[in-house]
Design a protein around this ligand. Structure first.
Ligand SMILES: C[S@@+](CC[C@H](N)C(=O)[O-])C[C@H]1O[C@@H](n2cnc3c(N)ncnc32)[C@H](O)[C@@H]1O
Length: 256
């Protein structure tokens, strides 16, 4: 289980975390095209891993349903694997990512008639200028250091309308019976400690990347501590919807 700090500790990133986040972002900036191709190749693979990824992807796409006809924010949208389906569903879509290289690829894969607002910004420095009905992040939560977990969810809170929904999609902590796949891919990694792995790009450069693998039940309990009500699907991925607990919505309403 991730060993998380109490809710009011360590609100600003320390120097070590800042350096780690810089390296993580460098990895995604330098590796934007590799990331995109590797994901597409793995989804198309004819082996059991490919089949499992396609099944996860189908469940993840179905979980985007709350975005239908709504104002949607996608955090860490990257090269657009989830931006494209969201752009079809949403009434208005804003995508934030700190890698201009990934956003350029993302934009290039969209239908030119689709209107999406792209914001190149560091999530940990960004302040939203409006609120959204739905906030989506795919394969991002596992890249949020535990030390910044509360701060990140406070950002999500500030982005979301009272009765809004958060859609979380990610890899999950392996179940006890899960088999570890050994095949070398773009995503192969060497664990450094509980929350950090080392990954390598095609140019041989090695980068430290945050990797916090949440178990759905533990994440549900952790979110409940700050007034969120989470429901995760039975899936080999972490796929779920998170809303504010009714008492929190009521309290916000009576304050307002
Ligand atoms: C694993 S990728 C996920 C991309 C996309 N959501 C997907 O599912 O393919 C993580 C993304 O986080 C972005 N990122 C890394 N650090 C960031 C930061 N501090 N602020 C905003 N985006 C960041 C990277 O540029 C990358 O696009």
């Amino acid at each position: 289980m991730p060993d998380h700090p109490s809710t009011n500790e360590n609100r600003a990133p320390g120097d070590l975390t800042t350096t780690l986040l810089e390296d993580q972002l460098r990895y995604y900036r330098l590796g934007a095209s590799e990331y995109h191709e590797a994901n597409n190749d793995l989804l198309a693979a004819t082996d059991p891993d490919g089949a499992s990824r396609r099944a996860g992807r189908q469940q993840a796409l179905a979980a985007l349903a709350p975005a239908q006809g709504r104002r949607v924010l996608e955090l860490a949208g990257g090269t657009g694997l989830y931006t494209r389906p969201l752009a079809v569903l949403a009434d208005r879509l804003t995508v934030v990512d700190a890698s201009p290289e990934s956003l350029a690829l993302n934009r290039s894969h969209l239908d030119p008639h689709t209107y999406v607002t792209f914001v190149a910004a560091d999530i940990f420095q960004w302040t939203p200028v409006e609120q959204y009905d739905v906030v989506v992040f795919a394969f991002w939560l596992s890249h949020v250091p535990l030390e910044l977990f509360d701060r990140f969810w406070e950002l999500v809170d500030s982005c979301l309308h009272d009765e809004g929904t958060v859609v979380v999609i990610d890899a999950r902590a392996p179940r006890a019976a899960a088999t570890l796949h050994q095949k070398e891919t773009f995503f192969s990694e060497e664990r450094i400690d509980d929350g950090v792995v080392m990954r390598q790009l095609g140019d041989g450069s090695r980068h430290r990347v945050v990797r916090v693998m949440w178990d759905p039940q533990e994440l549900t309990a952790r979110l409940a501590l700050s007034g969120w009500d989470a429901t995760f699907e039975d899936s080999s991925w972490l796929i779920g919807h998170v809303v504010r607990e009714p008492s929190v919505v009521e309290a916000v309403r009576s304050d307002g």
